[in-house]
Ligand binder design. Structure first.
Ligand code: NAD
Ligand code: IPM
Ligand code: MN
Length: 356
């Protein structure tokens, strides 16, 4: 029995997670897998019921599980809470508690979505961002000193050799099984953490002589990702830069709602979450794009279940469905406009029908 904990969270989180579970259940039925789903409170909804974004019982359930499927957290309702009490603290807390240091974010443009990209001529876009997830500005010392208008706020960024080496190894080994090209993104002209980053990446590179490494400054990388996205294969970068560049990736391929991610430690356990947030502007209307969540489920199938062929099948089913059905964020004339649940139904039918 594979135990999956669902943390639907807030806003569109529950809407898209439901579709991801639908697809997982359909695969389980088709291939005779035994999956169990347990839903736990998390994020803003957990603050409302239990006074904290990551209740002890939720964390315990996640630690016992084989995988976690997460929706999104946050929203205007909780924006005025003190920093330590916000829904986002729950997300950072669970990543840290489970030591999920490698956030894998594939950015792929489906040919049928070329017109949804804001680029005139996007060409082939197929890259994977390896975002370090448990260090950097996110987890350093932070605080505010002084009073009133004399206040000074600080967020410390730290990286250890060990933290850089382990994410670099993951990225190199992914590059080895792809086009053997790795771009390491940093800001080593300004940050000492980045200088260490570059040094450690170069050291790990010696273990992967077949992989070509290129270092880029993050400002240049942001520009080149727009100008020549086809040049990228695997990217590896720090927590903050990876966060920003992956949303840029979402824009490149047509919608932030399309991007999945896997947050991994060593071993097969993983937490799978779309790259987007709780999208309060469209929440509750059944119009959110569930593709990021469904492809996150595909990543669960690949990394935790090890069923690579089925993961590819889910991806193909999504690609096929996108040729005919679209949620409003990527809608174009000539396709049918559908809501979140109907899109999930169409993907599921395609998988069950065996058309892909
Ligand atoms: P967001 O990612 O929620 O939304 C940005 C824009 O993208 C919005 O216009 C939204 O409608 C659109 N969008 C996002 N996902 C979509 C989808 N699946 N389908 C269609 N459109 C989609 O970012 P935000 O509005 O800046 O943040 C809202 C809240 O979400 C904040 O509280 C933020 O902290 C939180 N957040 C959470 C996560 C997470 O839980 N992993 C990630 C990012 C942001
Ligand atoms: C993401 C989100 C989170 C992050 C926030 C909500 C804490 O933007 O998963 O990309 O910055 O990691
Ligand atoms: Mn983000």
């Amino acid at each position: 029995m594979t135990e999956i904990v669902c943390l639907p969270g807030d806003g569109i989180g529950p809407e898209v997670t439901k579709e991801a579970c639908k697809v997982l259940s359909a695969c389980a039925e088709k291939y005779g897998w035994e999956l169990s789903f347990t839903t736990c409170p998390f994020g803003g909804e957990a603050i409302d019921s239990f006074g904290e974004p990551l209740p002890e019982a939720t964390l315990k359930a996640c630690k016992r599980a084989d995988a976690v499927l997460l929706g999104a957290v946050g929203g205007p309702k909780w924006d005025r809470l003190p920093h330590e009490c916000r829904p986002e603290r729950g997300l950072l807390g669970i990543r840290k508690a489970l030591d999920l240091f490698a956030n894998v974010r594939p950015v792929k443009l489906y040919s049928s979505l070329a017109s949804a990209s804001p680029l005139k001529d996007p060409g082939e876009v197929d890259m994977v961002i390896f975002r370090e997830l448990t260090g950097d500005l996110y987890f350093g010392k932070k605080g505010v000193t002084g009073e009133g208008d004399s206040r000074v706020a600080f967020d410390e960024a730290t990286y250890s050799v060990h933290e850089i080496a382990r994410i670099a190894k993951k990225a190199f080994s992914a590059a080895r099984s792809r086009k053997k090209h790795l771009t390491s993104v940093d800001k080593s002209n300004v940050l000492v953490t980045s200088r260490l980053w570059r040094e450690v990446v170069d050291r790990i590179a010696l273990e992967y002589p077949d992989v070509e490494v290129e270092h880029q400054l993050v400002d240049t990388a942001a520009m080149l990702m727009v100008r020549r996205p086809g040049k990228y294969d695997v990217l590896v970068t720090s927590n903050m830069f990876g966060d920003i560049l992956s949303d840029l990736g979402g824009a490149l391929v047509g919608s932030l709602g399309l991007l999945p991610s896997a947050s991994l430690a060593e071993g097969r356990f993983g937490l799978y979450e779309p790259v987007h947030g709780s999208a309060p502007d469209i929440a509750g209307r059944g119009v959110a794009n569930p593709v990021g969540a469904i492809l996150s489920a595909a990543m669960l199938i690949e990394y935790t279940l090890g069923e690579v062929a089925v993961a590819r099948q889910v991806e193909r089913a999504v690609e096929e469905t996108l040729k005919r059905y679209r949620t409003p964020d990527i809608f174009v004339a000539g396709t049918s406009l559908v809501g979140t649940a109907e899109f999930g139904d169409r993907v599921t039918e395609t998988i069950v029908g065996g058309g892909v």
